[in-house]
Ligand binder design. Structure first.
Ligand code: IP8
Length: 250
């Protein structure tokens, strides 16, 4: 199985400054690009979409103090976070359906879990079968049951990493609100091929941030076999058409 994995960042599809508010134009632009790439036959090996939480998930997660390591075993907070993400997922699906994209949801809370050391387990047989049958699976940052911690957050980026390995993805795209990884002069860096590049471009302080931030993202992507690109919404059509856009991490 090989497929393209596309992450739609939460800041692309939601208004980050207003709780539970969509960025309608951003979402519609993304859905239109996906529909036209499928129509052009550019994604014949299949497409898996992962979307972030934006002002839906993150708002509730921070209110309840839930992170990828700090969990909750209370049903109220759990349903606030998961419920908001399910709502966002329904919006994403409906915009994709309006453009005739055969998108179906895969709810990480129901599919994945973490063990006591925090390692994520995500079965992918259902996703592979969906792809074989011509569907476009859509996953999202969510909660997952976590041994000894109740339920913790799983980020969209973690899901992308797991999917890339399990599905032997041929390409990974992270669509965000920045046009790529930026150097000190705010110019997009075309290519990153080593951890040394990350240190020299993003600096020591950023590179120590292994759990989040751009350096952490780039480091994780470097460890994967598939080439990855980080790009802005303006380049989504070109990425889906197979072009090199934004920052290429290989
Ligand atoms: O926006 C986090 O996913 P991300 C999702 O990909 C939640 O980091 C539930 C906060």
């Amino acid at each position: 199985m090989s497929a393209t994995i596309l992450k739609l960042g939460g800041s692309v599809i939601t208004d980050k400054d207003r709780a539970e508010t969509l960025d309608g134009p951003g979402l519609e632009r993304s859905a239109a690009a996906i529909a036209s790439a499928i129509g052009d036959g550019a994604l014949e090996d299949g497409l898996v979409i992962v979307h972030g939480g934006g002002s839906f998930g993150h708002h509730h997660a921070s209110e309840h103090g839930v992170t990828t390591t700090e969990g909750t075993d209370e049903i109220g907070p759990a349903m606030d976070i998961h419920g908001a993400m399910e709502t966002l997922n329904r919006f994403v699906l409906s915009r994709l359906h309006e453009q005739d994209v055969p998108a179906i949801p895969v709810h990480p809370f129901s599919a994945a879990h973490r063990d006591g050391s925090g390692t994520l387990y995500l079965p992918t047989g259902q996703i592979e079968t969906m792809l074989e049958e011509g569907f476009v699976p859509v996953l999202y940052g969510d909660l997952v049951a976590n041994t000894g911690a109740g339920a913790t957050i799983v980020s969209g980026d973690e899901l992308v990493t797991e999917l890339a390995r399990a599905l032997e993805a041929n390409r990974i795209g992270l669509c965000s609100t920045v046009p790529g990884v930026l150097d000190d002069d705010e110019e997009v860096v075309d290519r990153i091929t080593s951890f040394e590049d990350v240190d020299s471009i993003l600096g020591e302080s950023e590179s120590t941030d292994v759990t989040g931030g751009m350096a952490g993202k780039v480091r994780t992507l470097l460890e994967l076999d598939a080439p990855a690109s980080i790009f802005g919404l303006e380049s989504i059509d070109a990425f889906l058409a197979g072009e090199a856009v934004g920052t290429n991490i290989e």
